[in-house]
Structure formats: structure tokens, C-alpha cells
Design a binder for this molecule. Sequence first.
Ligand code: UD1
Ligand code: MG
Length: 448
Amino acid sequence: MTHRTCQAIILAAGQGTRMKSKTPKVLHKIAGLPMVGHVSSAALNAGVERVALIVGPDMDAVLQEAQKKHPSVIACEQTERLGTAHAVLAARSELAKASDDVIILFADTPLLRPETILAMRDKLAEGFEVVVLGFRTDAPDPYGRLLQQDGKLVAIREAKDCTDEEFKVNFCNGGIMGFSGAHLLGLLDEIKNDNAQGEYYLTDAVEIANARGLKVTAIEADEAELQGVNSRAHLAKVEATFQTRAREEAMANGVTLTAPETVFFSHDTKLGQDITIEPNVFFAPGVTVGDDVTILANCYFEDAIIGEGCSIGPYARLRPGTVLEKKAKVGNFVEIKKSLVEEGAKVNHLTYIGDARVGAKANIGAGTITCNYDGFSKFKTDIGKGAFIGSNTSLVAPASIGDGAIIGAGSVITDAVNADDLAFTRAKPIVKPGWAAAFRSRKSKEKK
Ligand code: UD1
Ligand code: MG
């Protein structure tokens, strides 16, 4: 295929009233990323050079969110919401720059794959001027119908404008369309709003293109890929489809999921090979897991890097800024935030590590707490290589424990401890010989 230029127009100006939300619909998230981000990623991964987002007058947040992931995305404002063709025309100045191909995408259809956009571009390269993405479904009710004659796409009819016969058609419009850049503006300018909803329908471009003798075709995609989100129930359905895809991909790439349906990935989770993940594990955005890692049941991770051969959980929480180097061990009821746990270090039980470095092969005893916050500021704790922190220790930051130092159990450490020193704070035990036995015998006599 010769190289053709391509721009994408993403429609995002719709109100999304059925979401019943203060947040614009396309900012609702699938796998931790707003829907609009999924769609702009798909466009850019399909080799589109320019992306214009059509937003309503009150939707700065949508553009900001889209630009967070892709700074090159620009916005065009649709001042009134008069239909999908009217929305595309809001990008008239962009369209005037005339790319060879223009792909129209919906920001509320986030599972579309770059491969499918490429298949549409292939059709445009073959010489079709209009390409429509369709799908077959058992429940076509709300969708526009793709009307074909002798295998040719002749029109798209919105459900509300269908005759009884047309309404029975189950080949539906996914909403996504591809156009030859040379013809799009001419087609859009001819679209009228004489239909059941009084809107300018992009879908009318098909009949107009046929009347002009242009080549029009439909390609079929998977129904799940074209699921649009109009309600919270659709959002959950699309999330479920995303997760099924992500789990299948993880397993295909060498990850064992003991109970796949209970593990939830983010849009950007990166997994190595020979990882085992037990049930009920949640990956929020920004997590990378190296090879040969074992994740036991019931863990939550966010913005964390887990090095090769680590073992984590059950019941561990890694918060943003956590880095576990090779073969580190993090056990049950441990929370780690913004900390580096160096190679082979162990944090096995009931511990909070925040704003800290845990040196290589250090051992952190059960119930250790880095006291990193005084109610106003955060302070750091530095634990040296091979240090041993006894159980139930509070390290009051700023704290520094030298390499190989030992801290006795039950200590509150407020001063720096040098390498290889022992430090502990301890009240002397008071021992009263035989007191417990005498107490029990007195109490049991009183009871009689
Ligand atoms: C549209 C299609 C329908 C298709 C269905 C697939 C048209 C006329 N109909 O219907 O054939 O089966 O999608 O899901 O295209 N938008 C704007 N400005 C507007 C109106 C809409 O930006 O003035 C945006 C919305 O934010 C949304 C997209 O366009 O991202 C589609 O609009 P929506 O109202 O959801 O169209 P449907 O009725 O679903
Ligand atoms: Mg819709």
C-alpha cells in the first residue's frame, strides 16, 4: 500500500444524559483510562497523523484528559448538538487540510482496535470513498441499519426512521466511518435534518455518496468491539469485555491466572513471563511486573514496579512510587508507598513502609512502622543493607539505620543508628514470681 495520510475525528460532544453523572460521559473510565483516551490511542496506534476531538462548549476537562495521554490531540467545539454530521463539521478547518483518509470515531466506543481502523484504511486505499463499520447482533433495536442491495451498501437508516421491513435487518451501524478526504466536506454539506429526530445524521452520507456514483462499502467487525457506552450498565459490560481480553492476552503471554475472572488489569499493566497470580488481585494504572513473580491472593497495586522473582501477598498493597527490586518479599498485611525495596529484602508481615529505602537483604520484622508524617510534612527513612529491624518497631522519620544494624523488638527509634550497631528502647520487665497462680486460686475461691 502506498503511504496515505490520515486524520481522525473523534466525536465526544454528546451529553451522555443516560449516565446520570456530573462527569462528561467520555471521561468515565475503562480499565483506569477515560474512554476518550482508549479511542485516541487506537487512532494513533493505527498510524493516524492528526486527531481532532469534537467537544461541547462546557467540556474543557475532556480535552485536558485527552491531551494528558496524547498532547498532540486538538479540540474543535461544537456549540450546539445538532447531530453526528453537524459534529464532524465542527472540524471543518481541520478537514480543509485534506488528508487522504479521514476516520470518524466515537469517544463512547472505547474497545475499537487499531487493526480494525487499519482494515478500514485498506478499503480506502483500494479506492472506496466511504467505508462503514458494521456488526451483526441479535438485539439491533437502537442501532442504525445497514441496508444492502446485491451485496452493496445503499443506505444507513436510523432505527427511528426505519420501515417495518428495514427494522428487521440485523446488520447494524457501529457508528465508525471512513471517508476519502477529498469527498468528505462535499458530502457533509449536502446532509439535511429532515428525519425523526431533526438531526444532521452522518449516516446520510452513504445515500448521498451512492447518488454521486462514489464507491461505498461496509466491513464487519465483532459486536463486542463496537459496544457503545450510553449507561452505567454499558460501562460495566465494556469493562468486562476489556478484562476478558486482558486476561486472555496475559495467559497467552505466559502468565498463570488461577481464577482469571477475579483478576483485574489496567489499560497499561505490563507483565513479564512465568508470573503466577492467585485470585482477587487488582491492578490500578502504572504497574509493571517482572518475570517469575508470584502474587498470592487478595492484593492491590498502583503505580508500582515489581522486579523479577519477587513474591507478594497474600493481602499486600503497593501504593504509588513503590519499586521492588529482584527477589524482594512482601508478605501479608503490608502496605508500601513511595519506597525502594532493594534486592532480596524481606517485609513479611503487618508493616507500613512509606517514603523509605529498604537496603538489599534487610529484614523488616512484623509490625514495623515507618512514622513518615507529623501531620504537616513527610520525612524519609533509610534502612541500610542487611539491617535487621525487630518486630513492633517504630522508625520515626527522618530516620537512618546503617548497614547491618540490628534494632531490638518493640523499639521507638528517633536517632540515627550507625552501621553494625544494636539499638533498642525498652522498659525493664517487672516480674512477680507465682503471682498469676495465686491470682487464679483467689478468684476461683471467690466464685464458689
Ligand atoms: C449513532 C449512529 C447509529 C449507530 C450508533 C452506534 C448516527 C446518526 N447514528 O447513533 O447509526 O448505530 O451510533 O452506536 O450517526 N455526538 C456529538 N455531537 C452531536 C451528537 C452526537 O459529538 O451533536 C457524538 C456523541 O458524543 C457520541 C457520538 O457522536 O460520541 C454518537 O452519538 P449518539 O447520540 O450516541 O448516536 P447514536 O444515537 O448512538
Ligand atoms: Mg450512542
